[in-house]
Design a protein around this ligand. Sequence first.
Ligand code: UD9
Length: 416
Amino acid sequence: MSRRSAGAEGARRGRSGPAGRARESGAMRVLVLTGTRPDIIKSASVVHALEAEGCQTFLVHSGQHEGAVSALYRFLEMQPFAVVRLGPRGTRLAELNARLLDTLDPVMARVRPDVVVVQGDTTTALAGALLGFYQRVPVAHVEAGLRSGGCDEPFPEELNRRLITRIATWHFAPTPLAVACLRREGVALKAITMTGNTVVDAALFGYRRLGPRAPEESYAPRLIVVTAHRRENWGAGIAEIGRGMRRIVERFADVSVLWPLHANPEAAAAVRAAWDGLAPDARARVRLVDPLAYPDMLRALRGAWLLVTDSGGLQEEAVTARVPVLITRRQTERPEVLSCGAGRLVGADARRLEAEVARLYRSPAKWEAMRPARSPFGDGTAGARIAAVLTRAWATGRHAPRPTTTNGQARAAVAS
Ligand SMILES: CC(=O)N[C@@H]1[C@@H](OP(=O)(O)OP(=O)(O)OC[C@H]2O[C@@H](n3ccc(=O)[nH]c3=O)[C@H](O)[C@@H]2O)O[C@H](CO)[C@@H](O)[C@@H]1O
């Protein structure tokens, strides 16, 4: 494990000190746990808002994703307290889980937080929630209440979300639908706050940092940004999406494609193969690139005519950037994208993908109808709402660990 700084002392506002010293100041100590790129992006505004409220934040990166995370932290103006190195490992979830629990346990014990904040549905988030339970530290769950149906799709995230719901004291739900899902599972209303999604906060923060669009950002008239990384699309699905995109480029001479490839070499190879033998003039309109740094992704999105993706966070960001999105999945745990009109499910199906693009190509009105003015994912104040709830609970002494996931009725049902 490498320590980047002690507490928030070296952090943005220089307000706190090493773990031990910070304890003496009496401010609420919050351990914010991240493990993947989306976690980092979605935790930024929570960290900023907690610090603005005078809390001592201890940002811990679990090491689940090890890639280029330090540039992302810098762009989002966050400084980790600890970056855990999990070391070489295979792809077994049991191994990941065991290592996360074992490695994070002493980190949490050293920080002795008053609250641990976990984000979303990763194995890191589940480990953080479990450790909170083991160490009797109350858990705040950001992006709570997303549900897709069965417990095993997406695997393993759907079960992770549900298990975290059983453990958490505070449930920060991004949308009314997420609130309803939590209520259906017996979570007490007073334990839920609807906040909007922190991904919107991050995007607005990012766009403020980037400033106005530069001339070199003016892409071809119809730029389609494509990403494909979901486990369910590995192999045949990604190849099918590639075939569909190829037909689109061959058919429409003013369409260009920017496709940041997934780090997984097999997934990247399947995408590359889809373009083999393409005529040079069409090939010139296709850019297959390494994963984009977050600021570059924000730039690409604001220059895009359309997004084709199986990503969760990108669906939410596309709505915020008012870019129509075709979702290459059978279902989405973000149905708000569909109900607000900004997105359509096309599956990993080349023909459907081509047909949907052709429909939007032919009809500017249909394209415009997929750009709602308001995002169902919030207005960019989610982080502030979360920090306000936590600091209020701290101020009134209501931060102690307690089970909140069952209301009276559910408890009675369990007891009977
Ligand atoms: C089952 C499910 O839905 N799970 C989700 C999934 O998250 P996701 O689908 O949102 O993941 P991605 O698409 O990887 O990331 C998106 C973010 O990354 C930025 N981005 C993307 C490409 C790039 O080239 N450069 C970038 O900067 C982009 O703007 C956006 O902010 O897995 C997470 C655990 O890993 C989960 O927590 C999360 O629920």
